[in-house]
Design a protein around this ligand. Structure first.
Ligand code: KKD
Ligand code: ZN
Length: 315
């Protein structure tokens, strides 16, 4: 049987968006998108319309994560279906606008691919965030990017957890892709982080151009880290944090954490170990934006996903 028989077919990716400023204090995405709005040459590819867009302009102006509520949690069916009105939180109003321009979410009219550019204060390096283990278009794209960027690394975080998955801005698209690069403090631009993000976007757009030109991408496998659990800081009965990320864990995103390994350090120097039953790979370790979400890190499990060959539906 030829590989073509087993290929999954997708339509040409005609409309692609690159979002920055979903969080107004994550400066690489804000700066790249503003740069590309001024001069589109770098993101133009044949056969596809690529639109750069600032999703939360008021938060960008204030250089804060959000105004009223986290835009990257706001794309719920409830928010997107309630009537617009003056009383709504700014980001809920904005989610409805973004959904109108780039969606509607879940409909045939939605954009094909949306890249949403984020920065983390965690030492995660470059990380692509996927929401489905069966979206072969996205799996083939991240496989392409990982190969193109080598020997630099690009990790893949898969969030399809039934409770921990959230309603992201990019989820409006048929193929949502998050790009998270760190470490970079909030409100700060670091040239190395900026350039890593820029390089990954170059390869991502090259992939889409190749796909649209009719290239068949053979079946492949992709190593991903699947969201497993969220871990909160140790707290007292008033809810105040009683310990910090342990120095042996700090900056060790993507490294295995075994049962009994140090996880937190109390203010008087006591070590609190990881008490899970099996090894995990923590990430988003000590992310600044996650203190408000009661999250010290998330744990993940490594797995290998298989992706079918893909090819464009011929017209
Ligand atoms: C640090 C940060 O903002 N991370 C993103 C991750 C994502 O885009 O899925 C968020 O929590 O929305
Ligand atoms: Zn973000």
């Amino acid at each position: 049987m030829s590989s073509r028989v087993n290929a999954s077919y997708f339509p040409q990716a005609e409309r692609v968006a690159i979002f920055g400023g979903t969080h107004g204090n994550e400066m690489s995405g804000v700066t790249l998108v503003n740069m590309w709005i001024k001069n589109r040459a770098e993101i133009e590819r044949s056969g596809v319309a690529v639109r750069a867009f600032i999703t939360n302009p008021r938060a960008v102006e204030k250089c804060s994560r959000y105004i009223d509520t986290d835009l990257n949690r706001a794309f719920t069916p409830e928010n997107l279906s309630t009537a617009s009105g003056d009383g709504l939180p700014y980001e809920v109003q904005r989610a409805k606008e973004v959904n109108q321009i780039f969606g509607p979410k879940g409909s045939p009219d939605a954009y094909d691919v949306i890249f949403d550019l984020h920065n983390t204060t965690s030492n995660m390096g470059s990380t692509l965030i996927l929401e489905s283990s069966t979206d072969y278009f996205n799996l083939q794209m991240v496989h392409y990017i990982k190969k193109a960027i080598a020997p630099e690394s690009c990790m893949v975080l898969l969030n399809e957890h039934p409770h921990l998955k959230y309603a992201t801005t990019r989820s409006v698209a048929k193929h949502p892709v998050g790009l998270e690069v760190g470490p970079q403090p909030q409100g700060v631009l670091r040239s190395n982080i900026f350039e890593s993000m820029r390089a990954i976007m170059k390869h991502a757009l090259d992939f889409i151009e190749l796909f649209n030109s009719g290239v068949e991408f053979p079946a492949c496998s992709v190593e991903v880290f699947r969201v497993h659990e969220r871990v909160d800081y140790p707290r007292d009965t008033n809810g105040n944090i009683t310990a910090m990320v342990h120095p042996h864990l700090q900056d060790c995103d993507w490294e295995p954490l075994n049962p009994g390994d140090p996880m937190f350090q109390t203010f008087d120097g006591r070590t609190i170990p990881y008490e899970g039953a099996s090894p995990v790979y923590p990430t988003f370790i000590n992310e600044a934006a996650y203190y408000e979400k009661q999250q010290a890190c998330i744990t993940t499990r490594r797995e290998t996903l298989a992706a079918n060959a893909i090819r464009k539906i011929s017209k």
